[in-house]
Design a protein around this ligand. Structure first.
Ligand code: PGA
Length: 257
């Protein structure tokens, strides 16, 4: 396994709004049976809310960890239809995706809401997976760095280096998500290095060197090796290719070595 600067590889499967409880359990059992041994990478699945409880029972102390796909920023309150960080910890989540591009762009989540969610996660002991990424228009206008910087700095406002050390950052260019058009390894590496630089300026060098920055956006068994070989790419956040256990296992094996 390649441990880059002691960063443990990380791979997450975001199942989005797919899978009933039995379907989620089936996929998980297949996944569990095929996991590489030894498993050095951290493997996460983010099923829909409805499957969390059933999966938590079968996952138990095994190597796979659960993530939620979203959360509300308030600790509790009259917020019909929302889920709190305490509920996610209670059901067995270790991680929570924050600011996924579908939350930002389909549901209009703002940088400030992303910030509030991240802060509440950290307060409750949930590890945030902070998702950042530019749209195609922003890329074409040469605004990648400005967008990433704005999203990142707002999200981590007031966050200490000790708290940030518990999080993972996911670079997911909006134009690459679910489109079959992944960023090239060079394009992704450029932004990952930029993010690491921002973490160093905003926090410190140690934090920047230790933070896992993973790539997401049309990751497949065909492109993962080249992406993963880049200096600053520590793993992947995978949507479509994580839905089928055999494909996800192929990706886990790549990230694990
Ligand atoms: P995709 O999704 O792998 O289907 O492009 C990635 C994501 O949404 O995290």
């Amino acid at each position: 396994m390649t441990i880059k600067n002691n960063r443990r590889p990380w791979i997450g499967g975001n199942w989005k709004m797919f899978k009933t409880i039995p379907e989620a359990l089936d996929t998980f059992q297949e996944l569990k049976a095929g996991l590489p041994d030894p498993l050095q990478a951290e493997v996460i699945i983010a099923p829909p809310f409805t499957a969390l409880s059933a999966l938590a029972r079968v996952i138990q102390d095994g190597p796979v960890r659960l993530a939620a796909q979203n959360v509300h920023w308030a600790e509790d309150g009259a917020f019909t239809g929302e889920i709190s960080t305490r509920m996610l910890v209670d059901v067995g989540c270790t991680y929570c995706l924050i600011g996924h591009s579908e939350r930002r762009h389909v549901f209009g989540e703002t940088d400030n809401q992303v910030h509030q969610k991240l802060a509440t996660c950290l307060k409750t002991g949930l590890k945030p997976v902070l998702c950042l990424g530019e749209t195609l228009e922003e890329r074409e206008e040469g605004r990648i760095q400005a967008v990433i910087e704005r999203q990142l700095l707002k999200a981590v406002e007031g966050v200490s280096p000790e708290d940030m050390a518990r999080g993972v950052v996911a670079y997911e260019p909006v134009w690459a998500i679910g489109t079959g058009r992944s960023a090239t390894p060079a394009q992704a590496q450029e932004v990952h290095a930029f993010i690491r630089g921002l973490l160093q300026t905003r926090f410190n060098k140690t934090l920047a060197l230790e933070t896992r920055i993973v790539y997401g956006g049309s990751v497949t068994p065909d492109n993962i090796r080249d992406l993963r070989s880049q200096t600053d790419i520590d793993g992947a956040l995978v949507g479509g290719a994580s839905l089928k256990a055999d494909k996800f296992l192929a990706l886990i094996k790549e990230v694990n070595q």
